[in-house]
Design a protein around this ligand. Structure first.
Ligand code: HEC
Ligand code: HEC
Ligand code: HEC
Ligand code: HEC
Ligand code: HEC
Ligand code: HEC
Length: 407
């Protein structure tokens, strides 16, 4: 009797505990509503990261952990102390610590931290180099996003025009107070793919398409250049220091030694920047023309660049075996990425008017003697211009090789 009195209840109890354990551990996954995705994504974002994330220097925020939303948003318009009083006595839109969308190239909410000197982020600055430094191995020019957008000489995406463009184009996503950087990034989910001391990781995407603002772009394997190239071929350019005489050697975007036959050099780790940039540039944005990257468009895009006129002599890796020991790979129809030639933010250097990279296919120091003198830049990939014009004649003038021309 004693035996049953004691053991049956405990057996039931054990059974009950087991049932609860199973329910809590497994079954809730099926029954419970999904976790709020933004909170989940935020904690794995660069800003929400507890090691490298947002941390303002204001003493009132000392007790707020790194990554806390309060380093960008303020519950009561202002945290007082050293903070400026709220503009017009009212909180900034979205309760941010500064106005989100001043119509200016130099004043921007994000520049309060992404600037070389005087950032409100602890440490006083955030270092961000140009694309062709991070992913091409080129020499440092701009040290911060502010510098990239404000070159002493050179060119940059115009933030005011981007604001106007995204608000007009996608009014359901962007309002009058939307930040222009938000056209290409979402500060709540953006990640860092080139973290110091950690191998390049394409899943840690920094960008979001303006047509899909709540999602990252390039983090999924289906959003990379190898997929974008389709039946054509992407071949990642050389990284500075590559040896053009051998394959394998160093390639973008991670500067690792790889063969042209590897999936990585075919673009499996390079975000599909074409789809990304074309969200906006499939449209003409006066004075700029629409960009047509399809089979009816540019030869650097899906149209074959090998069948019209005499072939240009391409440098490696666009040769038969990827080295300078063989000739141009004529049977292959290459598709380039916009960022093989352009910077996304801005570029430094005299007469560089189209955000053109100064480190191209492993070649550093592309210079522009006039705003149409692309010769030197084109030489990063082409051995000769084939028809004997001197470098100063330029390649883009006289209706020649600009976007939209087929020869
Ligand atoms: C790096 C700065 C930054 C951090 C950190 C940040 N936000 Fe934001 N947040 C912004 C900006 C900028 C906007 C305005 C959106 C725009 O420009 O389109 C915004 C907008 C919002 C909005 C308005 C709706 C929307 O998504 O546009 C909400 C709600 C919000 N944030 C909540 C949060 C929460 C909650 C956290 C922390 C989990 C957080 N934010 C962390 C910068 C930040
Ligand atoms: C309070 C300071 C602060 C503000 C304001 C801020 N950021 Fe950041 N941001 C950071 C920090 C810190 C990091 C991580 C930096 C690092 O370790 O390189 C970061 C990282 C990023 C990254 C990740 C990519 C990378 O490789 O670094 C993007 C993209 C980014 N910021 C965009 C923005 C945009 C867009 C805004 C404005 C809407 C903004 N940030 C405003 C502090 C800030
Ligand atoms: C036209 C689109 C576009 C606009 C506008 C834009 N960015 Fe970017 N940004 C990019 C692209 C593309 C990259 C490279 C992404 C990658 O790492 O794959 C990038 C990279 C970054 C990075 C990471 C740099 C690093 O060190 O790796 C930061 C931080 C950043 N942007 C901040 C900003 C801020 C702040 C603004 C507004 C002042 C802004 N961006 C506006 C497209 C844009
Ligand atoms: C990042 C490397 C790269 C750069 C920089 C580059 N090109 Fe090309 N170019 C290519 C590749 C690869 C092809 C072959 C495309 C194909 O296979 O469809 C090509 C094809 C061409 C063609 C078609 C060749 C033919 O046989 O008809 C012309 C013309 C051309 N490029 C001109 C230029 C000019 C002018 C510049 C400078 C403004 C330039 N390229 C810069 C890589 C580059
Ligand atoms: C969110 C919309 C948007 C996206 C995405 C975008 N652009 Fe732009 N771009 C613009 C607008 C608006 C202009 C016209 C204003 C200006 O000159 O910046 C422009 C202008 C340009 C110009 C001419 C600028 C000059 O001053 O010479 C180039 C080159 C360019 N974009 C390249 C790119 C590349 C490469 C990408 C992809 C990394 C890209 N854009 C993505 C909106 C966008
Ligand atoms: C082979 C190098 C190369 C590639 C790849 C490339 N561009 Fe360009 N881009 C140039 C050059 C050179 C110019 C300046 C001459 C001209 O206007 O075409 C330019 C100019 C532009 C302009 C200003 C156009 C105008 O009407 O003046 C825009 C916008 C632009 N590029 C966007 C893009 C986009 C988007 C992509 C990817 C789909 C891309 N580019 C790919 C080299 C390139």
């Amino acid at each position: 009797m004693t035996f049953y009195e004691k053991t049956i209840p405990s057996a039931l109890l054990i059974g009950l505990f087991f049932f609860l354990f199973v329910s809590v551990t497994f079954l809730d996954k099926a029954w419970a509503p999904p976790l709020p995705p933004s909170a989940n994504a935020y904690t794995t974002s660069a800003h929400g990261d507890i090691t490298i994330g947002v941390k303002r220097t204001a003493t009132e925020l000392t007790s707020y952990s790194r990554g806390n939303c309060a380093h960008c948003h303020e519950q009561h318009a202002s945290i007082a102390g050293v903070e400026p009083d709220p503009v017009g006595g009212a909180p900034s839109p979205y309760a941010l610590f500064a106005d989100p969308n001043p119509t200016s190239q130099t004043t921007n909410f994000c520049f309060n931290c992404h600037v070389t000197v005087g950032a409100v982020q602890s440490g006083g600055s955030i270092t961000n180099y140009n694309y062709n430094v991070n992913f091409g191995g080129g020499p440092v020019a701009a040290q911060s996003i502010y510098d990239a957008f404000n070159p002493a000489t050179g060119s940059a995406h115009n933030l005011n025009q981007i604001s106007t463009f995204i608000q007009t184009q996608w009014p359901a996503t962007f309002g009058t107070q939307s930040n222009p950087c938000g056209g290409c990034h979402n500060p709540h989910i953006a990640k860092k793919n080139n973290r110091t001391g950690v191998a390049y990781d394409a899943t840690q995407a920094a960008i979001s398409r303006p047509t899909d603002h709540e999602d990252l772009w390039g983090n999924d394997a289906s959003e990379r250049m190898n997929i974008s190239a389709g039946v054509n071929t992407y071949r990642a350019p050389f990284f500075v220091g590559a040896n053009p005489a051998v394959d394998p050697t160093l390639h973008e975007p991670d500067g690792m030694t790889r063969s042209i036959l590897s999936v990585q050099v075919q673009g499996s780790t390079t975000p599909d920047y074409n789809t990304f940039c074309l969200d906006c540039h499939v449209n003409a944005i006066p004075p700029y023309n629409a960009i047509n990257w399809s089979i009816t468009g540019d030869q650097h895009g899906h149209r074959s660049g090998n069948t019209v006129n005499a072939p240009q002599v391409l440098r490696p890796p666009y040769t038969l075996d990827g080295t300078n020991g063989t000739g141009e790979d004529l049977p292959t129809n290459f598709v380039l990425s916009c960022l093989d030639c352009h910077e996304p933010h801005g570029t430094q250097g005299a007469n560089n008017i189209y955000l053109l990279r100064t480190t191209v296919n492993g070649m550093v120091g592309a210079a522009f003697s006039s705003p149409t003198a692309f010769y030197n830049f084109c030489q990063g990939c082409h051995v000769t211009n084939g028809h004997g014009f001197p470098p100063t004649a330029g390649c883009g003038g006289l209706g020649c090789h600009i976007h939209g021309q087929i020869f």
